[in-house]
Ligand binder design. Sequence first.
Ligand SMILES: Nc1ncnc2c1ncn2[C@@H]1O[C@H](COP(=O)(O)OP(=O)(O)OP(=O)(O)O)[C@@H](O)[C@H]1O
Ligand SMILES: [Mg+2]
Length: 252
Amino acid sequence: MPLPLLQVTNLIHRFANGTLAVNDVNWVIEQGQFIVLSGSNGSGKTALVRHFNGLLLPTSGSVLLNGVPVQKQLLAARQAVGMVFQDSGSQMVAQTVWDEIAFGPENLYLSPSEISSRVQEALAWVGLQGFENRHPFELSGGEQRRLAIAGILVMRPKMVVFDEPFNGLDYPGVVQTLQQMVRLHQNNHTILVITHDLEKVLAHATRLTLMQNGQLVADGTPEAVLPQTPQFGVKRPYPVNRPIDSLTWLTN
Ligand SMILES: Nc1ncnc2c1ncn2[C@@H]1O[C@H](COP(=O)(O)OP(=O)(O)OP(=O)(O)O)[C@@H](O)[C@H]1O
Ligand SMILES: [Mg+2]
């Protein structure tokens, strides 16, 4: 059996104020999955995934990335697991779109030509060509989210985590974000989407996982887990399957 991408064992995270945010989670994520993680507000979803690239470290238990504890390979983990947060705009540091995307590769000390070709590739991937010289704060919320995705893809991650990616997006923005997720998955990236909005994304997922009070309370195929969603504070999607193909007219 090949090593799983991520192996979470007896993970506990207690914040300094005493909140037990992650309470004994065991979870294995194999390369190539498309996982939807849901659960009510405060159930520990964001806290859990922040352990995958070392933004949070375990209070106890372990998180192995390719068999090695994340805290022993922080730089590699930041590259391998990219995270797109809802407030991605507020985390931007550079004066231009180009520099924002180049920031990560520059910290890897790649050659200027390698950085340039990677940035161009990432810009094209998210459709932001022509925006190179704009200030990140002069982009719309949806464009900022695409920029955040470009800043992650430029690092060539194995896994991309989207935390509430649909909040604040209009319908075309939702469709574009979904299409990017599906394309990334087709290009062998492992995808994890945290959302309350199952009906937007579940048709593409291979796995649905639910959290409550810091624990994983359901984990399996979407078909198997769907009947349990209401008892854990997550609305069942309606209609259950709405393939992305039926929405593509919006962006054509
Ligand atoms: N920095 C922090 N310090 C202290 N407690 C925190 C911190 N961040 C989160 N918490 C608490 O940890 C618990 C889990 O929070 P988390 O953000 O992981 O929830 P979530 O499932 O992502 O919720 P939401 O759906 O609202 O985003 C909550 O009780 C929250 O109040
Ligand atoms: Mg959250």
